[in-house]
Design a protein around this ligand. Sequence first.
Ligand SMILES: NC(=O)c1ccc[n+]([C@@H]2O[C@H](COP(=O)([O-])OP(=O)(O)OC[C@H]3O[C@@H](n4cnc5c(N)ncnc54)[C@H](O)[C@@H]3O)[C@@H](O)[C@H]2O)c1
Length: 330
Amino acid sequence: MRELRVGLVGCGQHALMYLLPALHYAPIQLVSVCDTNAERRLRAKRQFGAEADFEGIGAMLRGPTIDAVIACGPPDMHRAAAIAAMDAGLNVFVEKPPANDLAGAMQIAEASRANGRHCMVGFMKRFALRYRQARELAQRRAFGKTTHVSIKYAHWNCPDLHWMLVYMTVHTLDLMRFFAGELARMSIERAETAGQFTFTVQAVSASGTLVSLVTSSQEPRVKEHVEITGEGEVVVVRNVIELEYHRRVSPTKLFTSDLHDVQLLRPDFAIPNPEQNTLFLQGYAGEMQEFASACIEERAPSVTIADGVQAMRLAQLLARNTTGSFDLME
Ligand SMILES: NC(=O)c1ccc[n+]([C@@H]2O[C@H](COP(=O)([O-])OP(=O)(O)OC[C@H]3O[C@@H](n4cnc5c(N)ncnc54)[C@H](O)[C@@H]3O)[C@@H](O)[C@H]2O)c1
């Protein structure tokens, strides 16, 4: 398989800790790095073996030949880099959020359409190992129809509401659609205490799955809990890494415990395989593998700027409304 030649824009903390290490698990060759901060781009170039470094994306696009761009920086830089890369005929991966607001995400979608290029958005939770396993279980015949998806995503205090919604909540707004499908209606309740926010969101998908989301910036650290209910079966994922699968129980065994009824998956660090690696557990390796495969196979990636637009549309609804019920199919 040939390797995808990429240029990275934005060599900050997230790129250095997660995206660049994840490239080792995908058929990707890092060719160029770009950052307005010389120290950061030179460190990334040295540590990850790029050929060239640049201060601006324009110069990078005129430099050594690349097939695709990865952008990881402030949201408005994602928008500008995505549009510049696609105007130059390249596919692009942008970290979340794809832009600072819905209008910016829609500009990227328009550039994608106009240039016939793809923009993948870094919703890495879609590639997190346990979430993929949970979704696979939920799609099995024995699970039945997904009747309810419940998500709690709670985290530390945020500087303001916009920050909370576009940097944190956007992940779970996307996960709601990942597990339940396209949402048809949504209602919102918001509480504010000392400049921090809690939302309860109730939604129903086009296929009739009910969705409950609680998201809050009132907790000491990030906590994430997903529970998917089928018709007599349940799969629970705690803090991204631990999966609990409850099989359907025969009516004659309702009040007894059976060793076959529940299955638990946790990382097993006694075994050195990729499944125990945080880059796979959190989804960063998977998203880079998908980006590379999609570019090489000249197809759309499984998560695109259309998903980015939907997530930003939901974030905008939460920003603009303290309460209310909304038809999302209009
Ligand atoms: N998916 C996740 O789990 C996850 C986690 C953390 C951060 N992120 C995302 O990653 C992005 C970066 O976060 P970070 O913590 O690495 O930030 P950071 O501030 O450490 O890094 C951003 C880098 O971009 C550079 N930059 C800014 N504007 C630029 C421009 N116009 N051209 C070139 N370089 C430019 C900065 O100099 C900096 O080095 C954010 O959008 C954030 O939402 C995602």
